[in-house]
Write a protein that binds this ligand. Structure first.
Ligand SMILES: *Cc1c(COP(=O)(O)O)cnc(C)c1O
Length: 724
């Protein structure tokens, strides 16, 4: 079906016996298979860390002597053969879940658009939760065998690197990535030139080339405007994620929506279902309208056709999180587009008009909502909020009848689970348990894991976290520019045997990172109890242009540095997927304190839960559905507030009371028979059992398939097939 294929370069000089390490480096299957990662790290552990788990860079730099050493190691070679057998079985499987369930739909295709993809720390093309969700969704689509293709951006400078000054101020550094050393492949034309796609921006054409990322069985294409064909300004269009410059932002979104459709066409794909993951890609609506109209359909016919095959997921109830553009900007970029759609200016603006306090805007989510028949929010509560928020688009419907449903987010279990737990679960849940990661009966078997085995792994993960924190601090200290108080703030004094709370996420004000600091004296009393000490680890970035977020980091950092806390509070720089893995695996309690109902879903607590970490969160987003009274703790009540100060006050009090009266005593309550915290461990089991299946992408992507993609597919089967 495809005319163009990305080729794996023959850049590595590997001994023939282990030459497939080069091929594997370019399939991100290795990111969710710990054995595959060990194929590299066993060759040279230190280099694997130094290259930040990037197998391409690793293979470029590894010494011949190291390769020769494993070539003579029988155990390594057996391990190599075993791992490649499972890789081949995975890639060549004829009986995937999808093929068994829907054999008749094999030749159809779902296209998935997202501004960011969080697949692995080595590919910094994500900022936070939205990206990680897209990455997890794509990995699961591969696991389930969905006919799926994804479109995103190759940001040459990615999201920024975070540094914190002595006074707690976040500084952003942008570092170009080493293109040739990332696990991405250039898509070329027959003659060996990069395949180009163009879009029209005011007064010029802008070109993008494509990079292919292989995510198991699924291809992800990344658009890249950093080309000689473009002006210097345009080359920077895909340099960074989430610019605040409206011209840059609208141009990026034109590239994603319109350029993305053209890229898929150029590659020879004919998707039947188009999934816009958040509003950034909503301009794809315009390109699809244009395509149908060029074939002779009227505007109304074209609109109907694309509505039935479009899927839209909205991700934020925070109005500022929803992209919208001033109408003058839309004039600038689209005045030559509306005639081609047979529309007048006002009719064009009506496609996505939104009235806000300062005037009218062109709203990307509104465009996506109006041109998708299948729409969802990302948790039950967020579904309710979204129906209220977008009701103006359906003025004759009551809020409950607004046609936006919800599919609660989940996580790609294999990506986030610690290797030791994976093996423990294999022993007690069955060798192929991951393929049934959405089946509650399989997770029931967690009860059979002996307490001491589970606890041994938990302690191992905590020690691993503290050791990692120390190593990072040492490296950072050696690089220079750090005040000694920052060494303390970096967590070097953390004790792997003390109750440890993790709080890591984007520093947006509604996430209230400072809620736990509201009563510093009470917090100090709890933290510094010599018999029952408590530690808190903070991490997270603020958008570099957002002063409010940066001030929050500063407030937290200043508290962390206070000597009376004795180094029991820490702030870790540079929260990314690597640090996230250490944290969700290595702390005891995962804290989340959003101001309800602003947390659409959240997923980090789900990652924590499968690793045996207990959630302690506001009843917002997914936790409102996940909490059952026994599998963690709820901060505050299941109610809505009108007064945010009152809400903060009540939530802080609830937080301290539960921490003091329930969490701390339970953690330190040891059973006399074996010296283990028996009650704590049984809570952990209850949390793993109940959260594991329900909040997996296995459950989530099946739900997308059954409730969104299949109805859209069915509609497209009835539609004219001329575009195929
Ligand atoms: C999982 C993850 C997130 C999203 O988690 P929330 O629960 O929404 O905070 C953000 N950033 C990183 C690096 C993650 O791994």
């Amino acid at each position: 079906m495809l005319t163009f294929r990305a080729q794996i370069p023959n850049g590595f000089s590997l001994p023939r016996r282990i030459s497939r390490l080069g091929e594997l480096a370019y399939n991100l299957w290795w990111t969710w298979n710990p054995d595959a990662q060990r194929l590299y790290s066993r060759i040279d552990r230190e280099l694997w860390e130094r290259t930040y788990h990037n197998p391409v860079q690793f293979l470029r730099q590894v010494e011949r002597a190291r390769l020769n050493a494993v070539m003579n190691n029988r155990y390594y070679l057996e391990f190599y053969d075993r791992t490649f057998r499972s890789f081949d079985q995975y890639m060549e499987a004829k009986e995937t879940w999808f093929q068994s369930a829907y054999p008749e739909l094999e030749n159809h295709l779902i296209a998935y658009f997202s501004m960011e993809f969080g697949l692995h720390e080595t590919l910094p093309i994500y900022a936070g939760g939205l990206g990680v969700l897209s990455g997890d969704h794509t990995k699961e689509a591969s696991d389930l065998g969905l006919p799926f293709v994804a479109i995103g951006f190759f940001y040459t400078e990615g999201y920024f690197t975070q540094r914190i000054t002595e006074d707690g101020w976040q500084e952003a550094q942008y570092l170009p990535h080493p293109f040739s050393e990332l696990p991405v492949l250039p898509v070329m034309e027959e003659g060996g030139k990069p395949l180009l796609v163009s879009v029209d921006l005011p007064g010029r054409k802008v070109f993008v080339r494509l990079w292919e990322v292989r995510v198991g069985r699924v291809p992800l294409y990344l658009l890249d405007a950093n080309l000689e064909e473009n002006s210097p300004g345009d080359r920077a269009l895909t340099a960074r994620l989430y610019s605040s410059d409206p011209d840059l932002r609208i141009s990026q979104e034109i590239l994603l929506g319109i350029g993305g459709v053209r890229a898929l066409r150029r590659l020879g794909y004919a998707p039947d279902v188009w999934h816009m993951n958040e509003g950034h890609s909503a301009f794809l609506v315009l390109e699809r309208l244009r395509e149908y109209m060029e074939e002779g359909h009227s505007f109304d016919q074209a609109a109907e056709l694309i509505q039935s095959s479009n899927v839209f997921t909205t991700h934020t109830p925070v109005p500022a999180g929803n992209d919208e553009f001033a109408l003058w900007l839309v004039d600038k970029y689209f005045s030559n587009v509306w005639p081609t759609l047979g529309l007048e200016r006002e009719q064009f603006m009506d496609l996505a008009r939104h009235t806000v306090s300062w005037g009218e805007t062109f709203s990307m989510p509104a465009l996506a909502l109006r041109f998708s028949e299948h729409r969802n929010g990302v948790s039950e509560l967020h579904g309710q909020v979204a129906r209220k928020m977008w009701q103006y688009l359906w003025p004759d419907k009551s809020v409950e009848d607004v046609p936006i449903t919800h599919i609660t987010n989940g996580i790609h279990t294999g990506t986030w689970l610690a290797r030791r737990l994976l093996h423990l679960y294999e022993r007690y849940l069955g060798a192929d348990w991951l393929e049934h990661a959405d089946d509650p009966d399989v997770w029931e078997l967690v009860n059979n894991i002996p307490d001491d085995q589970l606890w041994t792994v938990r302690l191992h993960l905590k020690r691993k976290l503290t050791a990692y924190i120390r190593e990072r601090a040492r490296e950072r200290w050696l690089r220079g520019g750090w005040h000694p108080s920052q060494v303390v703030a970096s967590g070097v004094m953390l004790d792997p045997y003390a109750l440890t709370i993790g709080f890591s996420r984007r520093f947006a004000p509604y996430k209230r990172a400072n809620l736990i600091l509201r009563d510093l004296d009470r917090l100090l009393r709890l933290v510094s109890d010599p018999e029952k000490p408590v530690q808190i680890i903070f991490a997270g970035k603020s958008h570099p242009d957002h002063e409010g977020g940066k001030m929050l980091i500063q407030e937290v950092y200043r508290a962390v540095k206070r000597p009376e806390f004795g180094g029991r509070l820490a702030f870790l720089e540079e929260y990314d997927m690597n640090l996230a893995r250490y944290l969700v695996q290595g702390v005891d309690v995962w804290l989340n304190t959003p101001r309800r109902p602003n947390e659409a879903s959240g997923t980090s607590g789900q990652k924590a839960a499968v690793n045996g970490v207990l959630n302690f969160s506001v009843l917002d987003g997914w936790w409102r559905e996940g909490y059952n009274g026994q599998n963690g703790w709820a901060i505050g009540k299941d109610i809505d507030y009108d007064n945010p100060d009152r809400q903060d006050e009540d939530d802080a009090k609830s937080l301290y009371d539960i921490l003091e009266n329930e969490i701390i005593p339970l953690y330190y309550q040891l059973r006399s028979s074996d010296g283990l915290p028996g009650e704590w461990i049984s809570r952990i089991k209850s949390s793993i059992r109940t959260i594991g299946p329900q909040f997996s992408t296995r459950r989530m992507v099946k739900e997308y398939l059954e409730r969104m993609y299949l109805p859209a597919l069915q509609a497209s089967l009835k539609a004219p097939q001329s575009l195929d």
